[in-house]
Ligand binder design. Structure first.
Ligand SMILES: [Zn+2]
Ligand SMILES: [Zn+2]
Length: 175
């Protein structure tokens, strides 16, 4: 998703439309590479303004994450928009106090890079396959959505034994 902005910087046009879908394998967020379950859809434009080049696009794609309870793979749709000025590395931060500014090399816009920079708060902090997901058994690791395990039953049986009788049991054991 490298887009040449030559025509804008040479002032041959004052806007480049960005309307496309592109398949990419992964998106990196918080040092984790998330696999994508759909191509990335981009709709918007880069245009020339008095202050500089301005990016305004809607972004849509689906990442694969794991349910935080049962660890099954879950498709997470991400839809949001990115707006901000495109600036070179030596830009004056004070001129963009009220707007987002994304650094680019002056020629090519790397949209994946900008998506990765803007994913904060767009990715859910906690993914669930289902609000009522039962999760994994903490003892045997069984996925409790798919099967019942007997760990809980055993635990309950132990609790039923009166502690006084438990002591008796120990005495007999020593004999
Ligand atoms: Zn789950
Ligand atoms: Zn279990």
């Amino acid at each position: 998703m490298q887009i040449s902005l030559d025509r804008l910087t040479r002032r041959e046009t004052d806007k480049i439309d960005l309307n496309f879908c592109q398949k990419i394998d992964t998106i990196n967020y918080c040092d984790i590479d998330y696999k994508l379950a759909s191509p990335v859809s981009i709709n918007g434009k880069v245009s020339t303004t008095k202050t500089g080049l301005y990016l305004d696009v809607d972004v849509e794609f689906t990442v694969l994450d794991n349910c935080s309870r049962c660890l099954e793979e879950v498709e997470v749709p991400i839809v949001y928009s990115i707006q901000g000025f495109l600036v070179k590395e030596d830009f004056d931060e004070n001129s963009f106090e009220n707007d987002d500014a994304f650094i680019y090399d002056g020629q090519v816009l790397n949209l994946v890079n900008i998506i990765e920079q803007t994913l904060d708060f767009k990715m859910p902090a906690r993914v669930l396959c289902n609000e009522s997901c039962k999760g994994l058994c903490t003892k045997c690791g069984a996925n409790l959505n798919k099967q019942d395990c007997s760990c809980n039953k055993i635990a309950n049986d132990e609790e039923i034994i009166d502690p006084r009788f438990a002591k008796l049991k120990d005495i007999f054991k020593n004999d």
